[in-house]
Design a protein around this ligand. Sequence first.
Ligand SMILES: Nc1ncnc2c1ncn2[C@@H]1O[C@H](COP(=O)(O)OP(=O)(O)OP(=O)(O)O)[C@@H](O)[C@H]1O
Ligand SMILES: [Mg+2]
Length: 245
Amino acid sequence: MASEQAVFVAKLTKSYGKIRALRGLSFRIEKGEIYGLIGPNGAGKTTTLRILATLIQPDSGEARVFGYDVVKNANRVRAIISYLPEEAGAYRNLSGLEYLKFMASFYATDESSLQEMVEEGISISGLEGRIRDKVKTYSQGMKRRLALARTLMVQPKLAILDEPTSGLDVIHAHHVRSVIKRYVEDRGLTVLLSSHNMLEVETLCDRVGLLHKGNLVEEGPPEELKRKHRAANLEEVFVEVTAIA
Ligand SMILES: Nc1ncnc2c1ncn2[C@@H]1O[C@H](COP(=O)(O)OP(=O)(O)OP(=O)(O)O)[C@@H](O)[C@H]1O
Ligand SMILES: [Mg+2]
């Protein structure tokens, strides 16, 4: 059944062979929130995002996106999310413009909405001067911006972004964050992202969940967590909590 709660995750477990990546993870995200998953390497962030993006299945527990079960209603979920993987593969021989048009063609209902999506994608990517060049000639950061543009231009209800600004320079990371904020404010987008950039999480996220060894060990608005731990910034909270957990 459809629901206004964007993400519902309860007692989720997932193992890869002997490695227990998720150990009973639970959290919720309300519509219109920007929720940041932080945590050390191997904590289970990408595993969580991939389960919500219906790419892998949990071993047990429940995960819903706007009420739809990610296993039982995977197609419904796919229709309302878009996912930016940790390492987005690129179609090297297409130009940036051809790539955006190709991606928009899966979502657009007519020529004018396709055109609109592509224009939006070009603007998000900040690749105006290079959009007709082949993707294989782009730098790493340019490819990342193209992938991010593709993810947001299709106007999903939930954007799942795995380290959206990794590899981006300060100016473009700033641009990407303001685009995300604008989409949330203007279009009611909900965002679940993972990040290693504590400054980014502090400025962008309404709430953060600190994931450690497959479980949430802390959660709340950045300001509240800083107050609770008497910390000057989120990095201090992160170090303190993961050291004792
Ligand atoms: N395909 C896989 N096969 C085996 N083990 C895996 C696989 N994917 C992830 N793991 C393991 O699951 C655990 C969680 O990995 P995950 O990628 O979810 O972490 P993460 O929080 O995203 O880390 P990072 O910050 O490095 O991106 C790790 O111990 C990892 O080695
Ligand atoms: Mg990861």
